[in-house]
Design a protein around this ligand. Structure first.
Ligand code: HEM
Length: 326
């Protein structure tokens, strides 16, 4: 019993010590221009390669759900480590890695070896939202980059589009996020696209059931099926918000209320038999843009704070995001 208590205490002490103290002025002495550099690069991306804004926002989510926001998603496979990029939710799906490299390179040019990849990604994700017309929030900084990737955790922790609501919720709760955080954060699907392979089950599944008799929804389904046949066309893409695909607004939730969500996981929050607690939030966000913005920014801050004490304690500032420092 004493031994058990000792370990418990040691673990708690380690957690307390290892928790990063993220602050807005973390780089005020060492790299005061970091936020400006990232913004400059993101504006460039918004002009020349706009779809990558969504891809960068998603990278931050997939990074934070695996041993905390520690840039582990960027690490490539080595002889001793399998990259998270190989995990099912990421493989052939995540985009924007090269684009992100350019942002980090720009930061390194002005502040070599100072700003972590995880921090650059957190700032870039915020900018992706603003540049899509969404809300602003201050990004606390001071994250460390991990020296390891976690392929197994990437497979387990990151939600998949055909998982049921209970499983999806469990994955958010596991990260210390709430049901409300989940519904608000999934609102990120107001920008970006999904591949046919991610929404095939949905359009050949309960789509007709959730939309009812609305002829416009039937025409939309016809269009989706032409884009995504039962066999083939796996990589064809469609926006998850087909009303305003590049604007960060609340039309994503209005689509769910109409029963037209593209991913099973999205529509589950409104139509599942177990959606008693999520459905009212979907309805509220569909009606109230500012409430969605408020909850989304609060939840992004919470998600951006997820930390694995071990990963943090052994972390570093990686100069190149795809490999640990030698
Ligand atoms: C229930 C949780 C979630 C599930 C099951 C899920 C699933 C997916 C899937 C399947 C795609 C399309 C990927 C593809 O077809 O290649 C996608 C795209 C996307 N997701 Fe999520 N997601 C979830 C939550 C989130 C959260 C919390 C965020 C950010 C805060 C986010 C941001 C995005 C963005 C921006 C895209 C578009 C990416 C692009 O266009 O490159 N997702 N998501």
């Amino acid at each position: 019993m004493k031994i058990l208590l000792f370990f418990l205490f040691a673990m708690l002490a380690m957690t307390a010590l290892a928790q990063p103290y993220l602050t807005q002025d973390y780089y005020s002495g060492s790299c005061p221009s970091v936020v400006d550099i990232v913004r400059r690069e993101m504006i460039e991306i918004a002009i020349v390669d706009r779809p990558k804004l969504a891809s960068i926002l998603r990278l931050h989510f997939h990074d934070c759900f695996v041993q905390g926001c520690d840039g582990s998603i960027f690490l490539e496979s080595t002889d001793t480590m399998i990259s998270e990029q190989e995990a099912i939710p990421n493989k052939d799906s995540i985009k924007g890695l090269d684009t992100f490299d350019n942002i980090k390179t720009a930061v390194e040019a002005e502040c070599p070896g100072v700003v972590s990849c995880a921090d650059v990604l957190a700032i870039a994700a915020r900018d992706a939202v603003i540049l899509s017309g969404g809300p602003y929030w201050d990004v606390p900084l001071g994250r460390k980059d991990s020296t390891t990737a976690n392929f197994v955790a990437a497979n387990i922790n990151i939600p998949l589009p055909n998982q049921d609501l209970g499983t999806l919720l469990a994955k958010f709760l596991f990260q210390g996020l709430s049901l409300q955080d989940m519904v608000a954060l999934v609102g990120a699907h107001t920008i970006g696209v999904a591949r046919c392979v991610s929404f095939r089950e949905r359009i050949y599944g309960d789509f007709l059931e959730t939309v009812g008799l609305n002829p416009i929804s039937h025409a939309y389904l016809f269009h989706l099926k032409a884009l995504c046949p039962e066999v083939g066309g796996d990589d064809n893409t469609s926006p998850m918000d087909n009303i305003t695909p590049i604007f960060f607004d609340n039309s994503f939730y209005q689509i769910l209320v109409r029963g037209e969500g593209l991913l099973n996981s999205d529509q589950e929050m409104y139509s599942s038999l177990l959606s008693g607690d999520t459905k009212p939030l979907v309805i509220q966000y569909a009606a109230d843009l500012l409430l969605f913005y408020k909850h989304f920014t609060e939840s992004m801050l919470k998600m951006g704070n997820i930390t694995d004490p071990l990963s943090y304690a052994t972390g570093e500032v990686r100069r190149k995001c795809n490999v640990v420092n030698s």
